[in-house]
Design a protein around this ligand. Structure first.
Ligand code: PXL
Length: 282
């Protein structure tokens, strides 16, 4: 198995099972080195806790980049998620330009909104910045809310295949690479992920679980990135990521005190097995 070095750029929410605290263990379990840039340090994520602390680390990012360039440090993939503010978007693009091996994938999860609403602290300027970052990406992983924001489409809870096709077409124009659209549901009790690449569209449907789940987009994107770097292809990587996310949500459903995230850790062993079976070289 090729051992890859992946850079994850997103916040550190000290408590909350999201962003880098999810990317590190998951990408490591997929068998890769996971380096990080913390875009900000928060006491918790912003989705439901009151009075969280927020230390913006924007000014560190160009210094980190400069040091890495001096040391010749390069990554096989760069994956970005929640960024602290719009200024970081240009810094991130500079890191992609200077610290990524030629041909390495730029994976952008435009983590900024869900259920029709922007996350606390984000505004129209951030959306515009994220739109621009998506034009620099090879792979983007929006949910439907983020897809609507990125394409200037009015969010709707009920939609049909035509609405999704239109969204995918516009996202493809924006990114020009591979679009992974999450949370696409056509049937009650089910949801799924659309993978649109080079004019081909695949849909992987799975159970829709009733409990709301913070951080599941980050879990999905981390597994996707880790699996993609095992060279299984975008469609397989998305299916593995969806299964892992569903298992993690199911394993949390019986614990109402664990509302702030999902218990993904018990499923890492199964993920390692799945990837080993799928990529064995014998
Ligand atoms: O999971 C997305 C996310 C990441 N980081 C922070 C967040 C959120 C969602 O609310 O608040 C800090």
């Amino acid at each position: 198995m090729a051992y890859k070095r992946v850079l994850s750029i997103q916040d550190v929410s000290c408590v909350g099972q999201c962003s880098n605290t999810v990317a590190l263990p998951i990408i490591s379990a997929c068998g890769h080195e996971c380096a990080i840039i913390p875009s900000a340090v928060l006491s918790t994520h912003t989705g439901g806790f009151e009075g969280f602390t927020f230390k913006d680390l924007t000014s560190e990012i160009p210094k980190i980049c400069k040091h890495w360039m001096k040391e010749g440090i390069q990554f096989d993939a760069i994956y970005t998620g929640y960024l602290g503010n719009v200024k970081q978007i240009r810094h991130v693009a500079k890191i992609m330009e200077n610290c990524l091996v030629p041909g390495g994938p730029k994976i952008v999860d435009p983590a900024m909104a869900d259920n029709g609403k922007l996350y606390t602290g984000f505004d129209e300027e951030y959306v515009e910045g994220m739109k621009w970052l998506c034009t620099q990406a090879d792979i983007i992983l929006p949910n439907i809310t983020e897809a609507c924001l990125l394409t200037g489409t009015e969010y709707q809870e009920d939609y049909d295949q035509d609405f999704i096709n239109e969204l995918l077409g516009q996202l493809d124009e924006l990114c020009g690479g591979c679009v992974i659209l999450k949370g696409v549901s056509f049937k009650e009790g089910y949801t799924g992920v659309m993978i649109y690449e080079a004019g081909f569209c695949s849909y992987y449907e799975h159970e829709l679980l009733p409990n709301s789940s913070h951080g599941t987009g980050d879990i999905f994107a981390s597994v996707f990135t880790g699996a993609l770097m095992r060279e299984v292809g975008a469609v397989n990587a998305a299916c593995v990521a969806a299964d892992f996310t569903v298992d993690s949500i199911k394993g949390t459903a019986d614990d109402p005190d664990h509302w702030y995230g999902v218990k993904f850790e018990p499923h890492l062993g199964e993920l390692i097995k799945t990837l080993d079976e799928g990529t064995r070289e014998d």
